[in-house]
Ligand binder design. Structure first.
Ligand SMILES: [Zn+2]
Length: 495
Protein backbone atom coordinates (compact mmCIF):
# COMPACT_ATOMS: atom_id res chain seq x y z
CA UNK A 1 0.00 0.00 0.00
CA UNK A 2 1.36 3.44 -0.83
CA UNK A 3 1.28 6.29 1.62
CA UNK A 4 -1.17 8.08 -0.67
CA UNK A 5 -3.84 5.46 -0.06
CA UNK A 6 -3.68 6.22 3.61
CA UNK A 7 -5.06 9.74 3.20
CA UNK A 8 -8.47 10.37 4.71
CA UNK A 9 -10.86 11.21 1.90
CA UNK A 10 -12.40 14.58 2.61
CA UNK A 11 -12.94 16.51 -0.69
CA UNK A 12 -10.06 18.86 0.18
CA UNK A 13 -7.82 15.97 1.00
CA UNK A 14 -8.85 14.17 -2.20
CA UNK A 15 -7.76 17.20 -4.19
CA UNK A 16 -4.50 17.42 -2.28
CA UNK A 17 -4.01 13.72 -2.72
CA UNK A 18 -4.63 14.00 -6.48
CA UNK A 19 -2.29 16.98 -6.77
CA UNK A 20 0.32 15.02 -4.90
CA UNK A 21 -0.18 11.98 -7.10
CA UNK A 22 0.28 13.98 -10.29
CA UNK A 23 3.33 15.72 -8.85
CA UNK A 24 4.76 12.40 -7.76
CA UNK A 25 4.27 10.89 -11.23
CA UNK A 26 5.95 13.92 -12.81
CA UNK A 27 8.74 13.72 -10.26
CA UNK A 28 9.10 9.98 -10.76
CA UNK A 29 9.39 10.47 -14.53
CA UNK A 30 12.06 13.14 -14.15
CA UNK A 31 13.81 11.01 -11.54
CA UNK A 32 13.81 8.03 -13.93
CA UNK A 33 15.28 10.27 -16.63
CA UNK A 34 17.93 11.45 -14.19
CA UNK A 35 18.70 7.90 -13.12
CA UNK A 36 19.30 6.70 -16.65
CA UNK A 37 22.19 9.16 -16.78
CA UNK A 38 23.37 8.47 -13.25
CA UNK A 39 26.73 6.99 -12.42
CA UNK A 40 26.88 3.41 -11.09
CA UNK A 41 27.39 4.76 -7.55
CA UNK A 42 24.08 6.65 -7.75
CA UNK A 43 22.26 3.54 -8.91
CA UNK A 44 23.19 1.56 -5.85
CA UNK A 45 20.66 -1.03 -4.81
CA UNK A 46 21.14 -0.20 -1.15
CA UNK A 47 21.81 3.53 -0.91
CA UNK A 48 21.14 3.75 2.84
CA UNK A 49 23.52 0.90 3.58
CA UNK A 50 26.17 2.51 1.36
CA UNK A 51 25.74 5.82 3.15
CA UNK A 52 26.00 4.11 6.54
CA UNK A 53 29.28 2.44 5.53
CA UNK A 54 30.67 5.86 4.58
CA UNK A 55 29.50 7.41 7.87
CA UNK A 56 31.10 4.59 9.88
CA UNK A 57 34.42 5.21 8.09
CA UNK A 58 34.44 8.73 9.54
CA UNK A 59 35.54 7.81 13.08
CA UNK A 60 33.57 9.97 15.51
CA UNK A 61 34.38 8.13 18.76
CA UNK A 62 33.60 10.55 21.54
CA UNK A 63 35.80 11.82 23.12
CA UNK A 64 36.89 13.69 21.11
CA UNK A 65 33.99 13.17 18.65
CA UNK A 66 35.20 15.13 15.62
CA UNK A 67 31.61 15.35 14.44
CA UNK A 68 32.68 18.22 12.13
CA UNK A 69 33.88 15.51 9.68
CA UNK A 70 30.31 14.26 9.35
CA UNK A 71 29.05 17.84 8.97
CA UNK A 72 31.40 18.49 6.04
CA UNK A 73 30.56 15.15 4.47
CA UNK A 74 26.80 15.72 4.64
CA UNK A 75 27.04 19.35 3.53
CA UNK A 76 28.78 18.28 0.33
CA UNK A 77 25.99 15.82 -0.47
CA UNK A 78 22.95 17.85 0.55
CA UNK A 79 23.84 21.35 -0.61
CA UNK A 80 23.45 20.53 -4.34
CA UNK A 81 19.97 19.13 -3.64
CA UNK A 82 18.62 22.48 -2.51
CA UNK A 83 18.98 22.22 1.26
CA UNK A 84 19.90 25.30 3.30
CA UNK A 85 22.99 24.24 5.23
CA UNK A 86 24.18 25.46 8.61
CA UNK A 87 27.25 24.08 10.31
CA UNK A 88 27.26 25.22 13.93
CA UNK A 89 30.80 25.03 15.21
CA UNK A 90 31.43 24.72 18.94
CA UNK A 91 34.27 26.11 21.08
CA UNK A 92 35.94 22.68 20.71
CA UNK A 93 37.96 22.28 17.51
CA UNK A 94 36.47 19.73 15.12
CA UNK A 95 33.18 19.48 16.99
CA UNK A 96 30.13 20.75 15.10
CA UNK A 97 26.41 20.28 14.63
CA UNK A 98 25.05 20.01 11.10
CA UNK A 99 21.65 21.35 10.07
CA UNK A 100 20.10 20.91 6.62
CA UNK A 101 16.73 22.53 5.93
CA UNK A 102 14.47 21.65 3.04
CA UNK A 103 12.16 24.62 2.71
CA UNK A 104 8.39 24.34 2.74
CA UNK A 105 5.89 27.12 2.05
CA UNK A 106 5.75 27.98 5.76
CA UNK A 107 2.03 27.25 6.21
CA UNK A 108 2.92 24.61 8.81
CA UNK A 109 5.70 24.54 11.39
CA UNK A 110 8.83 22.47 10.68
CA UNK A 111 9.42 18.81 11.40
CA UNK A 112 12.90 17.91 12.61
CA UNK A 113 14.82 14.64 12.24
CA UNK A 114 17.59 14.47 14.81
CA UNK A 115 20.42 11.93 14.90
CA UNK A 116 23.65 12.04 16.83
CA UNK A 117 26.82 11.72 14.80
CA UNK A 118 29.14 10.74 17.66
CA UNK A 119 29.67 7.15 18.81
CA UNK A 120 31.15 5.45 21.87
CA UNK A 121 34.67 4.04 21.66
CA UNK A 122 35.54 0.39 20.99
CA UNK A 123 37.53 -2.46 22.50
CA UNK A 124 39.12 -3.05 19.13
CA UNK A 125 40.70 -6.43 19.99
CA UNK A 126 37.25 -7.88 20.73
CA UNK A 127 35.86 -7.09 17.26
CA UNK A 128 36.10 -9.61 14.45
CA UNK A 129 36.12 -6.78 11.84
CA UNK A 130 37.59 -3.29 11.71
CA UNK A 131 34.96 -1.22 13.60
CA UNK A 132 35.65 1.84 11.45
CA UNK A 133 35.70 0.28 7.97
CA UNK A 134 31.95 -0.02 7.28
CA UNK A 135 32.39 -3.71 6.48
CA UNK A 136 29.58 -5.51 4.62
CA UNK A 137 29.20 -9.16 5.64
CA UNK A 138 26.33 -11.57 5.00
CA UNK A 139 23.71 -8.89 4.52
CA UNK A 140 24.84 -6.71 7.43
CA UNK A 141 26.78 -3.47 7.80
CA UNK A 142 29.26 -3.81 10.67
CA UNK A 143 30.82 -0.96 12.57
CA UNK A 144 30.64 1.30 15.59
CA UNK A 145 27.45 3.29 15.39
CA UNK A 146 25.70 0.89 12.97
CA UNK A 147 22.76 0.81 15.40
CA UNK A 148 23.49 3.77 17.66
CA UNK A 149 22.98 6.01 15.79
CA UNK A 150 24.76 6.36 12.46
CA UNK A 151 22.25 3.85 11.10
CA UNK A 152 19.53 6.32 12.08
CA UNK A 153 21.48 9.23 10.62
CA UNK A 154 21.83 7.31 7.33
CA UNK A 155 18.10 6.48 7.28
CA UNK A 156 17.01 10.04 8.05
CA UNK A 157 19.44 11.45 5.49
CA UNK A 158 18.35 9.10 2.71
CA UNK A 159 14.67 9.80 3.45
CA UNK A 160 15.13 13.58 3.15
CA UNK A 161 17.33 13.16 0.06
CA UNK A 162 14.51 11.23 -1.58
CA UNK A 163 12.07 13.96 -0.62
CA UNK A 164 14.37 16.65 -2.03
CA UNK A 165 14.92 14.77 -5.29
CA UNK A 166 11.19 14.37 -5.84
CA UNK A 167 10.76 18.13 -5.51
CA UNK A 168 7.33 17.84 -3.93
CA UNK A 169 5.92 21.13 -2.72
CA UNK A 170 6.05 21.01 1.08
CA UNK A 171 3.91 22.82 3.65
CA UNK A 172 6.53 22.64 6.34
CA UNK A 173 10.31 22.82 6.43
CA UNK A 174 11.99 19.47 6.93
CA UNK A 175 15.09 19.85 9.09
CA UNK A 176 17.82 17.22 9.30
CA UNK A 177 20.09 17.59 12.33
CA UNK A 178 23.32 15.67 12.81
CA UNK A 179 24.34 16.26 16.41
CA UNK A 180 27.55 16.42 18.38
CA UNK A 181 28.19 15.25 21.95
CA UNK A 182 25.26 12.94 22.59
CA UNK A 183 27.38 10.14 24.03
CA UNK A 184 29.46 12.49 26.18
CA UNK A 185 30.72 16.05 26.27
CA UNK A 186 29.20 19.44 26.89
CA UNK A 187 28.33 20.78 23.41
CA UNK A 188 25.27 18.59 23.01
CA UNK A 189 21.75 19.51 21.92
CA UNK A 190 21.11 21.27 25.23
CA UNK A 191 23.98 23.62 24.32
CA UNK A 192 22.73 23.88 20.73
CA UNK A 193 19.18 24.68 21.86
CA UNK A 194 20.44 27.35 24.27
CA UNK A 195 22.60 29.02 21.61
CA UNK A 196 20.82 28.40 18.27
CA UNK A 197 17.19 27.56 19.03
CA UNK A 198 15.97 29.36 15.90
CA UNK A 199 17.76 26.76 13.74
CA UNK A 200 16.12 23.75 15.40
CA UNK A 201 12.75 25.11 16.52
CA UNK A 202 10.01 22.85 15.20
CA UNK A 203 6.48 21.56 15.75
CA UNK A 204 7.76 18.07 16.57
CA UNK A 205 10.78 15.85 16.04
CA UNK A 206 12.00 12.32 15.43
CA UNK A 207 14.96 10.99 17.35
CA UNK A 208 16.44 7.69 18.55
CA UNK A 209 14.37 5.75 21.08
CA UNK A 210 11.93 2.89 20.54
CA UNK A 211 12.59 -0.37 18.73
CA UNK A 212 11.23 -2.27 15.77
CA UNK A 213 11.75 -5.71 17.23
CA UNK A 214 12.10 -8.81 15.05
CA UNK A 215 10.45 -12.04 16.14
CA UNK A 216 12.12 -15.47 16.03
CA UNK A 217 11.14 -15.95 12.38
CA UNK A 218 12.69 -12.64 11.31
CA UNK A 219 9.38 -10.80 10.87
CA UNK A 220 8.48 -7.69 12.84
CA UNK A 221 6.94 -8.43 16.26
CA UNK A 222 6.05 -4.85 17.19
CA UNK A 223 7.06 -1.23 16.63
CA UNK A 224 7.65 0.84 19.75
CA UNK A 225 7.90 4.61 19.62
CA UNK A 226 9.35 6.31 22.67
CA UNK A 227 7.44 9.30 23.99
CA UNK A 228 9.56 9.80 27.12
CA UNK A 229 13.03 8.87 28.38
CA UNK A 230 14.12 7.78 31.82
CA UNK A 231 16.25 10.42 33.52
CA UNK A 232 19.88 9.68 34.31
CA UNK A 233 21.10 11.18 37.59
CA UNK A 234 24.66 10.76 38.94
CA UNK A 235 25.02 10.51 42.71
CA UNK A 236 28.21 10.34 44.80
CA UNK A 237 28.37 8.23 47.95
CA UNK A 238 31.35 9.33 50.07
CA UNK A 239 32.60 7.55 53.19
CA UNK A 240 35.09 9.34 55.47
CA UNK A 241 37.39 8.01 58.21
CA UNK A 242 40.87 8.37 59.69
CA UNK A 243 43.78 8.48 57.32
CA UNK A 244 46.64 6.51 58.87
CA UNK A 245 49.45 3.99 58.39
CA UNK A 246 48.06 0.69 57.11
CA UNK A 247 50.19 -1.24 59.64
CA UNK A 248 47.87 -0.06 62.43
CA UNK A 249 44.33 -0.19 60.93
CA UNK A 250 41.45 1.45 62.76
CA UNK A 251 37.81 0.34 62.56
CA UNK A 252 36.75 3.45 60.62
CA UNK A 253 38.58 2.56 57.39
CA UNK A 254 36.44 4.44 54.83
CA UNK A 255 36.90 1.71 52.20
CA UNK A 256 35.17 -0.75 54.51
CA UNK A 257 32.49 1.80 55.45
CA UNK A 258 31.81 2.40 51.77
CA UNK A 259 31.71 -1.33 51.05
CA UNK A 260 29.06 -1.81 53.76
CA UNK A 261 27.03 1.11 52.39
CA UNK A 262 27.10 -0.36 48.88
CA UNK A 263 26.07 -3.78 50.18
CA UNK A 264 23.00 -2.17 51.73
CA UNK A 265 22.27 -0.38 48.45
CA UNK A 266 22.37 -3.73 46.63
CA UNK A 267 19.45 -4.88 48.78
CA UNK A 268 17.17 -1.98 47.87
CA UNK A 269 14.11 -3.19 45.94
CA UNK A 270 12.66 -0.19 44.15
CA UNK A 271 8.89 -0.54 43.76
CA UNK A 272 7.07 -1.34 40.54
CA UNK A 273 6.00 1.83 38.71
CA UNK A 274 4.12 1.53 35.44
CA UNK A 275 3.68 4.68 33.37
CA UNK A 276 0.85 4.78 30.83
CA UNK A 277 3.31 4.19 27.96
CA UNK A 278 4.92 1.26 29.79
CA UNK A 279 1.44 -0.24 30.33
CA UNK A 280 0.69 0.13 26.63
CA UNK A 281 4.05 -1.37 25.72
CA UNK A 282 3.75 -4.33 28.10
CA UNK A 283 0.24 -5.16 26.93
CA UNK A 284 1.51 -5.10 23.32
CA UNK A 285 4.33 -7.40 24.36
CA UNK A 286 1.82 -9.71 26.09
CA UNK A 287 -0.24 -9.91 22.88
CA UNK A 288 2.76 -10.68 20.69
CA UNK A 289 4.68 -13.12 22.88
CA UNK A 290 4.12 -16.66 24.18
CA UNK A 291 3.70 -18.10 27.67
CA UNK A 292 5.13 -17.91 30.24
CA UNK A 293 6.07 -14.29 29.41
CA UNK A 294 2.59 -13.38 28.10
CA UNK A 295 0.93 -14.90 31.22
CA UNK A 296 3.28 -13.07 33.57
CA UNK A 297 2.72 -9.78 31.76
CA UNK A 298 -1.05 -10.20 31.94
CA UNK A 299 -0.82 -10.91 35.68
CA UNK A 300 1.42 -7.87 36.18
CA UNK A 301 -0.98 -5.61 34.28
CA UNK A 302 -4.36 -6.98 35.31
CA UNK A 303 -3.81 -9.18 38.36
CA UNK A 304 -5.59 -8.57 41.65
CA UNK A 305 -3.59 -10.80 44.00
CA UNK A 306 -0.49 -8.88 45.27
CA UNK A 307 1.43 -12.14 45.78
CA UNK A 308 0.84 -13.27 42.19
CA UNK A 309 1.75 -9.82 40.89
CA UNK A 310 4.97 -9.91 42.90
CA UNK A 311 5.84 -13.35 41.53
CA UNK A 312 5.10 -12.22 37.95
CA UNK A 313 7.25 -9.12 38.54
CA UNK A 314 10.15 -11.30 39.73
CA UNK A 315 9.90 -13.50 36.64
CA UNK A 316 9.62 -10.54 34.25
CA UNK A 317 12.48 -8.73 35.97
CA UNK A 318 14.88 -11.53 35.01
CA UNK A 319 15.00 -9.59 31.75
CA UNK A 320 17.17 -6.51 32.47
CA UNK A 321 15.29 -4.34 29.94
CA UNK A 322 11.86 -5.14 31.37
CA UNK A 323 13.25 -4.70 34.88
CA UNK A 324 14.55 -1.25 33.90
CA UNK A 325 11.26 -0.21 32.30
CA UNK A 326 9.18 -0.95 35.36
CA UNK A 327 11.06 0.81 38.15
CA UNK A 328 13.78 3.26 39.16
CA UNK A 329 17.20 1.61 39.08
CA UNK A 330 20.29 2.20 41.21
CA UNK A 331 23.63 1.11 39.75
CA UNK A 332 27.11 1.71 41.25
CA UNK A 333 29.36 2.52 38.29
CA UNK A 334 32.70 3.85 39.61
CA UNK A 335 34.86 3.51 42.72
CA UNK A 336 37.63 5.82 43.86
CA UNK A 337 39.72 5.23 47.00
CA UNK A 338 43.34 5.10 48.12
CA UNK A 339 46.60 6.25 46.58
CA UNK A 340 49.36 4.13 48.20
CA UNK A 341 49.83 0.53 49.29
CA UNK A 342 50.72 1.46 52.88
CA UNK A 343 48.21 4.25 53.58
CA UNK A 344 44.59 3.94 54.71
CA UNK A 345 42.93 6.84 52.88
CA UNK A 346 40.75 9.46 54.60
CA UNK A 347 37.87 8.93 52.22
CA UNK A 348 36.42 6.59 49.63
CA UNK A 349 33.74 7.32 47.10
CA UNK A 350 31.43 5.55 44.72
CA UNK A 351 29.51 7.04 41.80
CA UNK A 352 25.99 5.71 41.56
CA UNK A 353 23.90 6.06 38.41
CA UNK A 354 20.20 6.48 39.09
CA UNK A 355 17.79 5.95 36.20
CA UNK A 356 14.45 7.46 37.04
CA UNK A 357 10.91 6.94 35.82
CA UNK A 358 9.49 10.36 34.78
CA UNK A 359 7.83 12.08 37.70
CA UNK A 360 10.07 10.48 40.35
CA UNK A 361 10.75 12.70 43.38
CA UNK A 362 14.56 12.76 43.29
CA UNK A 363 14.98 14.30 46.76
CA UNK A 364 12.75 11.62 48.26
CA UNK A 365 14.73 8.86 46.53
CA UNK A 366 18.06 10.25 47.79
CA UNK A 367 16.61 10.49 51.32
CA UNK A 368 15.54 6.86 51.12
CA UNK A 369 19.07 5.87 49.99
CA UNK A 370 20.46 7.73 53.04
CA UNK A 371 18.01 5.91 55.31
CA UNK A 372 18.99 2.52 53.90
CA UNK A 373 22.71 3.24 54.31
CA UNK A 374 22.02 4.57 57.82
CA UNK A 375 25.59 5.63 58.61
CA UNK A 376 26.58 9.20 59.52
CA UNK A 377 30.10 8.63 58.17
CA UNK A 378 28.57 8.35 54.70
CA UNK A 379 27.39 11.30 52.66
CA UNK A 380 25.04 10.95 49.67
CA UNK A 381 24.76 13.88 47.24
CA UNK A 382 24.17 14.73 43.60
CA UNK A 383 27.39 14.38 41.60
CA UNK A 384 27.31 17.81 40.02
CA UNK A 385 30.35 20.08 39.95
CA UNK A 386 30.26 23.34 41.86
CA UNK A 387 30.47 25.35 38.64
CA UNK A 388 27.99 27.32 36.48
CA UNK A 389 27.65 24.17 34.36
CA UNK A 390 26.83 22.10 37.46
CA UNK A 391 24.23 24.68 38.51
CA UNK A 392 22.68 24.52 35.01
CA UNK A 393 22.56 20.72 35.18
CA UNK A 394 20.85 20.92 38.61
CA UNK A 395 18.31 23.42 37.27
CA UNK A 396 17.60 21.16 34.27
CA UNK A 397 17.05 18.20 36.59
CA UNK A 398 14.47 20.19 38.53
CA UNK A 399 12.85 21.55 35.38
CA UNK A 400 12.48 18.10 33.82
CA UNK A 401 11.38 16.22 36.94
CA UNK A 402 7.73 16.18 35.92
CA UNK A 403 8.11 16.28 32.18
CA UNK A 404 5.01 14.82 30.52
CA UNK A 405 5.44 12.22 27.76
CA UNK A 406 5.03 13.53 24.21
CA UNK A 407 1.34 13.14 23.28
CA UNK A 408 0.06 10.57 20.81
CA UNK A 409 -2.50 12.90 19.25
CA UNK A 410 -0.12 14.71 16.89
CA UNK A 411 0.07 14.38 13.13
CA UNK A 412 3.67 13.15 13.36
CA UNK A 413 2.80 10.27 15.70
CA UNK A 414 -0.16 9.34 13.51
CA UNK A 415 1.96 9.52 10.35
CA UNK A 416 4.61 7.27 11.90
CA UNK A 417 1.97 4.81 13.08
CA UNK A 418 0.20 4.69 9.71
CA UNK A 419 3.44 4.31 7.79
CA UNK A 420 4.54 1.47 10.08
CA UNK A 421 1.20 -0.26 9.49
CA UNK A 422 1.57 0.14 5.73
CA UNK A 423 5.00 -1.52 5.77
CA UNK A 424 4.32 -4.16 8.43
CA UNK A 425 0.55 -4.76 8.24
CA UNK A 426 -1.10 -6.17 11.37
CA UNK A 427 1.95 -5.45 13.49
CA UNK A 428 1.14 -3.39 16.58
CA UNK A 429 2.60 0.07 17.15
CA UNK A 430 2.96 1.13 20.77
CA UNK A 431 4.30 4.02 22.80
CA UNK A 432 7.34 3.28 24.91
CA UNK A 433 9.28 4.71 27.83
CA UNK A 434 12.91 4.67 26.66
CA UNK A 435 15.03 2.96 29.32
CA UNK A 436 18.03 5.25 28.75
CA UNK A 437 18.38 8.99 28.23
CA UNK A 438 18.64 10.75 24.89
CA UNK A 439 19.24 14.29 23.70
CA UNK A 440 15.48 14.67 23.11
CA UNK A 441 15.42 16.60 26.37
CA UNK A 442 16.42 19.80 24.52
CA UNK A 443 13.01 19.76 22.77
CA UNK A 444 10.82 17.99 25.32
CA UNK A 445 11.91 20.45 28.02
CA UNK A 446 10.59 23.23 25.72
CA UNK A 447 7.27 21.49 25.20
CA UNK A 448 8.12 20.17 21.71
CA UNK A 449 6.96 16.56 21.19
CA UNK A 450 9.73 14.11 20.29
CA UNK A 451 9.15 10.56 19.06
CA UNK A 452 12.00 8.12 19.32
CA UNK A 453 12.68 5.16 17.08
CA UNK A 454 15.71 3.23 15.91
CA UNK A 455 14.35 3.01 12.37
CA UNK A 456 15.31 -0.56 11.43
CA UNK A 457 13.87 -3.93 12.40
CA UNK A 458 16.33 -5.54 14.77
CA UNK A 459 16.67 -8.81 16.67
CA UNK A 460 17.21 -9.05 20.42
CA UNK A 461 20.59 -10.66 19.69
CA UNK A 462 21.75 -7.74 17.53
CA UNK A 463 20.48 -5.28 20.11
CA UNK A 464 23.00 -6.63 22.63
CA UNK A 465 25.81 -5.53 20.31
CA UNK A 466 24.88 -1.86 20.71
CA UNK A 467 27.75 -0.12 22.56
CA UNK A 468 29.36 -3.61 22.50
CA UNK A 469 31.36 -5.60 19.97
CA UNK A 470 30.60 -6.36 16.31
CA UNK A 471 27.72 -3.84 16.28
CA UNK A 472 25.74 -4.37 13.09
CA UNK A 473 22.48 -3.67 11.30
CA UNK A 474 20.94 -5.55 8.41
CA UNK A 475 20.93 -3.95 4.96
CA UNK A 476 17.31 -4.96 4.42
CA UNK A 477 16.32 -3.31 7.72
CA UNK A 478 18.05 -0.07 6.71
CA UNK A 479 16.13 0.09 3.44
CA UNK A 480 12.83 -0.71 5.19
CA UNK A 481 13.57 1.98 7.76
CA UNK A 482 14.22 4.52 5.00
CA UNK A 483 10.84 3.64 3.48
CA UNK A 484 9.23 4.09 6.91
CA UNK A 485 10.66 7.56 7.45
CA UNK A 486 10.08 8.69 3.86
CA UNK A 487 6.44 7.54 4.01
CA UNK A 488 6.04 9.24 7.37
CA UNK A 489 7.18 12.57 5.89
CA UNK A 490 4.85 12.16 2.89
CA UNK A 491 1.95 11.17 5.15
CA UNK A 492 2.65 14.16 7.39
CA UNK A 493 2.20 16.48 4.40
CA UNK A 494 -1.32 15.17 3.86
CA UNK A 495 -2.45 15.68 7.46
ZN1 LIG B 1 22.33 6.87 20.79
Amino acid sequence: MTALKLFRHSPKRKLLSLTFRVQRIVSAVSLCAALTQASPAQQSEHPTADLLSELIRLDTSNPPGNEGKIAEFLAERLRPLGFDIHIVTTPETGKAHFIARLKGDGSKRPVLLAAHADVVGVEREKWTVDPFAGVVREGYIYGRGAIDFKGGLAVFTRAVIRLARERLPLHRDVILLSEADEESGRYNTTWLADSHWDLIDCEFALNEGGWIIKDDRGGVQYVSISTADKRSVPVIVTATGSSTHSSMPTPDNPILTLAKALTRLADIETPLELTSSTREFLSTLARTSSPPLSDNLNTLLNGKDPKLIQRADQEISQNPLLHALTRNTIAPVMLKAGFRGNVIPGSAEATINLRLIPGTDLDALISSIRRVIDDDRVNVSLALPNTPEGARAAALLKQTANLQPSPKNTSLYRALEQSAHSIWPERPVTTYLFQAGTDAIAWRSRGVPVYGVYPYPISAEDLRRMHGNDERVSIQSLEQGTELIYKTLIQLESE
